[in-house]
Design a protein. Sequence first.
Length: 202
Amino acid sequence: MHISSSEFVISNTDYKRCPEGRLHEFAFIGRSNVGKSSLINMLLQHPDLAKTSSKPGKTQTLNFYNVNNSFYLVDVPGYGYASVSKEMQAKFGKMIEEYIENRDNLERVFMLVDFRIKPTQDDLLMYNFLKYYNLPVTIVATKADKISRGQYQKHFSIIRKKLQLEKDEKAIKTLLRKEKTDIIMAEENKQYKLADVTNETD
């Protein structure tokens, strides 16, 4: 995929104030500090577009990024951060739920999990919530560079078991590296470029 343009458009806490028009939206969802903003920056080849922080809970709004004037990437607030007040957690939960339930432009959800550890109960609840609404979901396992390649299959199996994925669900993908302008992804034993992932939604 050639990225000719990418820009931040709007942040909001209400799906009713999302960008107008019919451009498709691809949402990035995951636990706090799993690397959503960093992944968006890498995909868009723009290191500072989505704000990142070492402190979990940095993203507190729905953040929309226009790509090639063709579609939006949406950075969604993280979940599962214990240090955020219960009131704030409830606010984030309502924001995410209303966006998922009501946004017709939402084409696919990329749900991020930390490849190094077993998915949490919050991850399982989120995955089941997304599947309940029959949304296409792609599991993206981040931070794969932190473990050896020989451990990949073990960690793929752990994710499949915890999220209760069917054997024929080819949803698990992990970010491996950036090579020139192409983001190389892996689906268990297969590799392909980001363009092949997005083309699944055409």
